[in-house]
Design a protein around this ligand. Structure first.
Ligand code: GDP
Ligand code: ZN
Length: 462
């Protein structure tokens, strides 16, 4: 059973390139089952039940050459990701065999899928909305478990529900305004109507504002929190870095069937992905003259969202320490007092005085003391207030953020229009615009071009 006829059958390798143990070639479309049957020797797939896994071999129908031993998953429309018939061939013959299987499918009637085309179909068939499609993309890129949860949340449609409810409220107001205009039974109808519009515009603006507040955290989840690790030579920066890097905190989470990201200098600190700035500098400056250190630190500090400033507890504060404290005064920062296993010489009261009581964490990286508390602190700094992000909607996507801001602007125009005495029907236009802009987030009002651009960001096979 197929759903929509104008869609041809597409195929792609949906596992990451490389020598994985199992590769999956995925097909979606009306002909998926019959094309698979042409190259499959085993059970008759055209008679197989939906959602079954079928053992057999892939055989070139022309040469009768056996290419691989496979398991074929059969999922018939509409209960599939794309809402079309989907066939997944699980093969284990390595990259060459996988490519040959794909080639065979293409020769036998399938078309090579464009990047993101599977997800695009899921969207076009109403299986998922745009925010959900985008979260599939985020999942592929998710850098920590926490980022993944947000993406999964979005996949559930939490953001969509929120946007839908905002739109519904706007629509209600617009309807109410229409009624008031059509039935001017009261003398003060104009006044009543503008009052209603004003109240609603303010209320909706506030709700969007709340949503936008989550955006900075959202950005961090997606891109990592730019972190500068600074301190004069020998205080323990490299040791800390190694500690963070070496604990088993593989930053890239394995989602079945998704492509692994390139691993940059990221560490996962209690769910917050830190993107470490200029760690090469830290490694290099170990043996070099001190001045390189401070100059370099300056740059890193400027680019950072968070500064981890390491001090040596076993020495009094130096001129350089003072300089680094001053440079980071208006940054989000955590001061780390390292080497607490040694006799303490640093004056904590003096430190508190010059650092404006910035949070201080005492550690002995050597003895592995205090580092956990430090990691918790980093995480808390960013999840305060949104700790229960499982149930909270967070905007993480640049396109969503831009549209929410545009909607805010339209609501501002509504309010300006009202206060400058503009006629109600003109004010209505701005209100309608806000409704449209919000609709673009979920794809209620989408443009083909946007879709193509969006889905082309996906990996092949998604
Ligand atoms: P960096 O120059 O700031 O990167 O400092 P390193 O991490 O290279 O550390 C300099 C020296 O201090 C090394 O010999 C480390 O083993 C030592 N070190 C690091 N952390 C501690 C600590 O907590 N206690 C003690 N006693 N030594 C430490
Ligand atoms: Zn740790």
């Amino acid at each position: 059973m197929a759903t929509v006829t104008e869609f041809d059958t597409i195929a792609a390798i949906s596992t990451p390139p490389g020598e994985g143990a199992i590769s999956i070639v995925r097909m979606s479309g009306e002909e998926a089952v019959s094309i698979a049957q042409k190259v499959f020797s085993g059970k008759d797939l055209t008679q197989a039940k939906s959602h079954t896994i079928n053992y057999g071999h892939i055989v070139d129908p022309k040469t009768h050459e056996e290419i691989d031993e496979v398991m074929v998953s059969l999922m018939l429309a509409p209960k599939t990701f794309t809402r079309e018939d989907v066939v997944e061939i699980n093969c284990h013959g390595g990259i060459v065999a996988t490519n040959r299987i794909l080639q065979l499918l293409l020769v036998n009637g399938a078309r090579l899928a464009e990047p993101g085309e599977f997800t695009k179909r899921a969207f076009l068939h109403g299986r998922i909305d745009l925010t959900q499609a985008e979260s599939v993309m985020d999942l592929i890129r998710a850098k920590t478990d926490r980022s993944m949860k947000i993406a999964l949340n979005q996949l559930d449609g939490n953001l969509s529900h929120l946007i839908d409810s905002l739109r519904k409220d706007i629509l209600d107001v617009l309807a109410q305004v229409e009624v008031n205009i059509d039935y001017p039974e009261y003398d003060d109808v104009e006044e009543m109507t503008t009052k209603l519009l004003k109240e609603k515009a303010i209320e909706i603006k506030q709700r969007i504002e709340q949503l936008l507040k989550t955006a900075s955290q959202g950005k961090i989840m997606r891109e990592g929190l730019a972190t500068a690790l600074v301190g004069r030579p020998n205080v323990g920066k490299s040791s800390l870095l190694n500690h963070l890097l070496h604990e088993d905190k593989a930053i890239v989470t394995d989602v079945a069937g998704t492509t692994r990201d390139v691993i940059e200098e990221y560490v996962n600190v209690s769910g917050v992905p830190l993107k470490l700035i200029d760690t090469a500098g830290i490694r290099e400056t170990d043996d070099k003259v001190e001045k390189i250190g401070v100059e370099r630190s300056k740059k890193a500090i400027e680019q950072s969202d968070l500064v981890l400033l390491v001090l040596n507890a076993a020495e009094s504060l130096t001129k350089e320490d003072f300089e680094l404290i001053r440079l980071t005064n208006d940054k989000k920062r955590i001061i780390i007092l390292n080497k607490t296993d040694l006799e303490e010489k640093l004056d904590r009261k003096e430190l508190a005085k010059i650092s404006g009581n910035a949070p201080v964490y005492a550690t002995s990286i050597l003895k592995n003391e205090g580092v956990e508390a430090l990691e918790e602190a980093i995480s808390k700094l960013f999840f305060n207030g949104i700790e229960n992000s499982q149930s909270t909607v967070m905007v993480t996507n640049a396109r969503h953020i831009a549209l929410l801001k545009k909607a805010q602007n339209s609501l501002d125009s509504v309010l300006e229009g009202i206060s400058s005495g503009m006629p109600v029907d003109l004010v209505q236009i701005d209100m309608t615009e806000a409704w449209n802009l919000l609709g673009e987030i979920t794809g209620e009002s989408y443009e083909d071009e946007l879709l193509d651009q969006l889905f082309s960001q996906f990996c092949l096979g998604k």
